[in-house]
Design a binder for this molecule. Sequence first.
Ligand SMILES: Nc1ncnc2c1ncn2[C@@H]1O[C@H](COP(=O)(O)OP(=O)(O)OP(=O)(O)O)[C@@H](O)[C@H]1O
Ligand SMILES: [Mg+2]
Length: 264
Amino acid sequence: MRCVVHASNLERWVNMSILSCNHVTLGYDGKEILTDVDFAVGRDSYLCVIGENGAGKSTLIKGLLGLIKPMKGKFVAGEGFKMNEIGYLPQQTDIQRDFPASVREVVLSGCGNRLGARPFFSSAEKELALEKLNAMGIYNLRKKSYQELSGGQQQRVLLARALCATKSLLLLDEPVTGLDPLATAELYELIAKINAEEKIAVIMVTHDLRAAQKYSNHILHLAHRQLFFGRTQEYVADENGEAVNIIDRYVKNREKGDSDKRKC
Ligand SMILES: Nc1ncnc2c1ncn2[C@@H]1O[C@H](COP(=O)(O)OP(=O)(O)OP(=O)(O)O)[C@@H](O)[C@H]1O
Ligand SMILES: [Mg+2]
């Protein structure tokens, strides 16, 4: 039995995808980790990628960033979009938290994909970095050392950095890890605002299912393969179309995925 749910072709067409992932299989050293993933992202998409630890979420992010090549299938950029124009906020590690640079330098480094053969950033790029700092509400921190900031402030800096790299697509890998509830809520609101007002598509890896239900319009549920891709409304609906608790639905999908796997 096939366990992949696709958005309809019509929906894909109407949504004018900026990026599609066509039956992609990814892995390391010839071993498949994530098999046959197939979805598309439109300009208004807010896609949450969910799944357990080790399900292959960050592996998908690496594929999207071109850090690993598909073993099968391909990523296709939509019209007017280039794959190197993705703004990326990485899964945080302690080493990154201690990065020895000023806030301004960290944000400016997001303009790296615009440099080409130039060794230095232009004044327009420096201006852009300050503009993004301002938009994230942290202009006053620009001269501070990145290491000195709180977790919430650091994530805003990294969001400003990612926004320097893109006008179209933000890729966020567990952006609220380690943040307190207030900083978490503020970061979610900021991301939702960027998506709604600047029309920047969002792909966010998250373990926060309630946030996924609240903010996303599409869900991709992974478990080394695709258990679900489609509208969030569809994901959280029961057989009668009534909204159900996303955690119950997540558990059900996972169990169904396990039993389908046993049948295969
Ligand atoms: N560079 C690598 N070489 C070999 N195997 C790897 C590599 N990176 C990840 N893996 C393996 O791929 C699998 C999926 O890892 P991945 O980091 O994509 O999971 P994840 O869904 O992001 O998990 P988490 O929720 O814990 O971040 C894991 O079994 C992991 O050990
Ligand atoms: Mg991960």
